[in-house]
Design a protein around this ligand. Structure first.
Ligand SMILES: [Zn+2]
Length: 326
């Protein structure tokens, strides 16, 4: 029998979004032992949010009576290599030394990254990307985020902001994005953009839009979830919107696979969960449009961990801190 050291360390994973917080105690195989979800303090000041995180950790640990040896946190923010939150639109933070603050309060090693990188890490280590060294992960939610694992490493870039797959330009001078650019993938296929496109379509063709309006209550209330419901009820306008979303997504995916040549592309996030048919559409378009060599071995699959990818990935990053420790 191989003499293999069994790792039984437990770590904490934290997923910090713009309004809510998810904390989990996770074992070294990526299994969640306990979890606690809560909203964060509406004022969002760093000290108050850190207090919310500490409460979440207490709740999590007291459920099982066990101890954690490190913590990983994914934040909806731009984070530098030293664990400083450089900026977060969602939280209104600038230059918050989160790693230092948490290490001081907890007395544990802490890894800080952005939320999408954490979720990418989770899908890579314990989800659909397990065992693959070259993969791209695309999360299509309200916005679009992603991550690139290349040669077994997460692509970080010069200032740790690499892998912003939602901001690939797919239409020059196209729809205005939430970033300084126009025509980004997110500005067409992100949840907020699907809602905008649907509302515009309904305004120009009120008759065709009856189903969407009646499901949402009014034109302004139409969301990506409304489009998903109408699509599954067989509505023709919703079908057109979804098929176009599939084409836009594929346009982004073609660029991603041509540039990074992954073996595997993982698609996840709320929009994909709501309309899983998009995966098949993306597969067909990508096969026809991408470079032959780029799709020769490419597989496109659905993400496996759902909303838990962030906490599981953050906890895995914390495990890596322990592995690296002397
Ligand atoms: Zn953009």
């Amino acid at each position: 029998m191989m003499d293999q050291k069994i790792n039984d360390s437990l770590t904490l994973g934290v997923d910090l979004g713009g309004t809510k917080l998810n904390v989990a105690l996770v074992d070294a195989t990526g299994r969640i032992l306990s979890a606690h979800k809560s909203p964060i303090h509406p004022e969002k000041e760093p000290e108050r949010v850190i207090a919310d995180i500490l409460t979440g950790i207490d709740r999590c640990l007291s459920k099982t009576g066990q101890k954690a040896e490190a913590l990983g946190i994914g934040v909806a923010a731009q984070v530098d290599q030293k664990g400083v939150v450089r900026g977060s639109q969602n939280l209104g933070w600038r230059n918050v030394p989160l790693k230092k603050k948490l290490e001081k309060q907890l007395g544990l090693p802490v890894a800080v990254t952005n939320d999408v990188n954490a979720a990418t890490w989770g899908e890579w280590r314990y989800g659909s990307g397990r065992g693959v060294d070259d993969l791209a992960v695309l999360f299509v939610g309200t916005g679009i985020g992603g991550g690139i694992i290349t040669g077994g490493n997460l692509l970080a870039g010069c200032t740790n902001s690499g892998g912003e797959l939602g901001h690939i330009t797919i239409v020059y001078d196209g729809r205005k994005c939430h970033c300084p650019n126009r025509g980004c993938l997110e500005a067409y296929a992100g949840g907020w953009a699907i809602a905008e496109r649907a509302q515009e379509a309904v305004r120009t063709a009120l008759e065709e839009g009856q189903c969407l309006v009646s499901l949402a209550g009014s034109v302004e209330k139409i969301t990506a979830a409304t489009v998903s419901r109408a699509y599954h009820e067989g509505d023709l306008l919703a079908r057109r919107l979804v098929e176009n979303t599939g084409r836009y997504l594929a346009a982004g995916v073609v660029s991603i696979v041509n540039v990074f040549n992954p073996c595997l592309l993982v698609l996840g996030g709320g929009v994909i969960e709501g309309i899983p048919e998009l995966i098949q559409m993306v597969k067909e378009f990508t096969r026809n449009r991408a470079l032959e060599a780029a799709v020769e071995k490419l597989e496109i699959v659905k993400a496996a961990l759902g909303g838990d990818a962030g906490v599981i990935g953050a906890a895995a990053l914390a495990q890596d801190l322990l592995d690296k420790a002397p």
